[in-house]
Design a protein around this ligand. Structure first.
Ligand code: VGL
Ligand code: ZN
Length: 218
């Protein structure tokens, strides 16, 4: 078994989910201690030949922004074109400082950036599909072309974009693991992060710790 191969025989990839300024303390939609994932993720990248990143990338008129729904506040839930939508503060607006990757995140190994949430009419938590599974982002096809069979998901936020990325990875037939200490969540309702981990495990996502790589890394 060489370094590119995982125990299941295929290539594995690291997916960096939304490690952007707006999702860390000081940003518009911060996760608690979200900046702490950055050094963990940078170290983890050494274990992977292929690293890809997702970037939340909303137009100013995005339907997930409470500001675009008069009288509505962040945290409220609406029906957005037939899909239940949590309303958020304006965040990750295309081209804004908040949409940029965290300045300490190493990007040299990142081979592909998938921008998502660009359609004002539908949100996209997963790196693979929009929330209605109507359109694919291209990430699934890209990974398949690259011979990837196994993905490791890290980043922000555990209970939204990390969760839906991992769930879709399994749905697409990839082996999927979430490195839990390389993720932070929103916990809009206390317990959301724990519930997200349970939900992921229930469909076959492995929840691992970064120390797992000391034994299984190469
Ligand atoms: C996210 C809420 C809204 C995330 C993105 O990256 O988890 N959460 N947009
Ligand atoms: Zn968003």
């Amino acid at each position: 078994m060489n370094e590119q191969e995982s125990s299941s025989g295929g290539t594995r990839t690291l997916i960096l989910v939304d490690i952007q300024n707006d999702f860390v303390p000081g940003g518009a939609l911060p996760t608690k201690n979200g900046d702490e994932v950055v050094p963990v993720v940078n170290t983890l990248q050494r274990q992977f030949d292929l690293v890809v990143a997702t970037q939340d990338w909303h137009p100013p008129d995005h339907g997930s922004f409470a500001s675009n729904h008069p009288g509505k506040r962040p945290g409220e839930i609406i029906d957005l074109n037939g899909i239940e939508q949590v309303l958020w503060p304006d965040h990750c607006v295309q081209g804004s400082p908040g949409a940029k990757f965290h300045p300490d995140l190493q990007m040299e190994k990142v081979r592909k950036v998938i921008r998502k949430g660009t359609d004002p009419g539908i949100d996209s938590y997963s790196g693979f599909f929009d929330n209605g599974h109507r359109k694919a982002t291209g990430l699934g096809d890209y990974l398949t072309e690259m011979g990837v069979t196994e993905v490791f998901v890290v980043g922000l936020a555990t209970d939204y974009c990390v969760k839906f990325t991992a769930l879709d990875a399994v749905r697409l037939g990839f082996g999927a693991s979430v490195v839990r200490d390389a993720c932070r969540g929103v916990d809009l309702e206390p317990g959301d992060i724990d519930r997200a981990l349970t939900e992921m495990e229930a469909v076959g996502v492995r929840i691992v710790h970064s120390s797992w790589f000391i034994v299984h890394g190469s």
